[in-house]
Design a protein around this ligand. Structure first.
Ligand SMILES: *Cc1c(COP(=O)(O)O)cnc(C)c1O
Length: 422
């Protein structure tokens, strides 16, 4: 049986497949449902109906080759932010013509690599980047396809660390400077203008910031047309949120339908860059309770688990809340539920996965952390010299390791003792 309930978009608890994976692969491990990834991607696709579109999955949300390959097979494009991500997408079978390159700090090497593989579009974020790309393209005898990333100065109302569309952020080009830069670009031999892009932030749970941004951008699109600079596509970025706790984000259908209505009859292909909304619900992190301890007279316990902030950084970084539940509910020795802080072994007080959770658990239980498919493994590190965890993909009854758990040797494979003599 598929351990992901496609109707409720939740992983089943009391699912024997998850317990089996925890036993055979060990914990901690990330598990992704292939069907869930496909379903999430297709819900965006179906929402476009007959409107021309390109879905560029934001690779940084979850960049495992198997995940990218599932989406590439559906015909997905990809939004990348580094040369490393470019090579991941190519390795996973992605079509270079459907890759767009975002980011404020692309190196000359990254730009040149992107042009050499025939990338679909490079989203330019500054005047200096435009002239660097122009020179590289000319040297390669190419015309680089570009969009400018415009900063629409809109408050996405998400956490400040994941808001990108305000003037005070480092991202994009100011609205006021856009027309001049587009005009400059038309005169560059190595540049071909394709579109306009913006991206206002992540985990956005209401439609209004998306509508506001589009309303601010559309007059700019019209002005460009009047200047004789027609665009082929409008890239509205990613950022659609998911329900971690009690948020009520719009569905992909609602989100796309609203923005298409706002766009009106403009014959512009719409590019979108969802990351979280595709990958988050499709994944869970399994972790085992190592110890339970009580500190002082507080009416609360610590459940010390084998996963930590280096494996799942979101709680420590943004105080993010993710549901944590035992995969095989048991009766705790205390006989009833108690309050727990779920913490890892890392030597930081910020090393928690959840706080004040009412749970009935005991040492040895396996816990599931939900909505961990995005910004989970991809943000993980080796902090405290902890090998990064295994990743598994499931489809129906079958499961397969798609990334081996790192070994202790992996941790220092690229390090050397200092042996040079004076
Ligand atoms: C991170 C990012 C995305 C994806 O954001 P989600 O919230 O995961 O949908 C899309 N576009 C750009 C430019 C990004 O930096």
């Amino acid at each position: 049986m598929e351990p992901f309930n496609l109707k409720s978009q939740q992983w089943y608890v009391e699912d024997t497949a998850l317990a089996l994976i925890a036993r055979e692969v060990g914990t901690p491990c990330y598990i992704y449902s292939k069907s869930a990834l496909e379903q999430r991607w297709q819900s965006f696709q179906q929402a476009f109906k007959n409107h021309p579109y390109q879905i560029n999955y934001a690779v940084k949300a979850n960049s495992n080759l198997a995940v990218l390959n599932v989406l590439a097979k559906l015909g997905s494009g990809f939004d990348i932010v580094s040369g490393g991500e470019l090579h991941r997408v190519l390795k996973a079978g992605g079509d270079p013509k459907k890759i767009i390159f975002s980011g404020v700090g692309k190196s000359a090497q990254e730009l040149s690599d992107a042009l050499k593989v025939g990338i679909g579009c490079i989203n330019i974020e500054s005047e200096m980047e435009l002239s660097r790309l122009n020179e590289i393209a000319i040297a390669l005898g190419q015309k680089a396809k570009i969009a400018f990333r415009i900063n629409p100065n809109v408050d996405s109302k998400s956490h400040p660390y994941i808001s990108t569309g305000l003037e005070e952020n480092k991202f994009g080009i100011r609205m006021e400077d856009a027309l001049l830069l587009y005009q400059q670009a038309t005169e560059l031999a190595g540049i071909e203008i394709e579109g306009l892009a913006y991206h206002i932030g992540s985990q956005i749970t209401s439609l209004s910031p998306f509508i506001e941004a589009l309303q601010k951008i559309l007059p700019l699109v019209q002005s460009l047309k009047q200047l004789g600079i027609p665009l082929k596509h409008l890239d509205i970025g990613g950022g659609l949120g998911v329900c971690y706790q009690s948020e009520t984000p719009p569905s992909p259908e609602e989100y796309i339908a609203t923005l298409l209505a706002e766009l009106g009859p403009l014959p512009l292909a719409i590019h979108i860059e969802p990351g979280r909304a595709i990958a988050a619900p499709a994944g869970v992190l399994l972790t085992r309770v190592e110890y339970i301890k009580k500190q002082g007279t507080q009416n609360k316990y610590f459940a010390i688990v084998d996963a930590a902030m280096n494996d799942l950084l979101r709680p420590a970084l943004y105080n993010a809340w993710q549901e944590i539940i035992p995969i095989q509910p048991t009766v705790a020795p205390t006989g009833s539920s108690a309050l727990y802080d779920i913490v890892g072994p890392v030597c930081e007080t910020s090393d928690f996965l959840g706080k004040d959770r009412l749970l009935s658990i005991k040492a040895g239980d396996v816990l599931m952390i939900r909505n961990a498919g995005a910004y989970g493994f991809s943000m993980s590190s080796n902090y405290n010299s902890r090998p990064r965890v295994a990743e598994v993909m499931v489809e129906g009854k079958t499961f397969q390791i798609i990334r081996e758990r790192e070994t202790v040797e992996d941790l220092f494979r690229t390090e050397y003792l200092f042996t040079a003599t004076k």
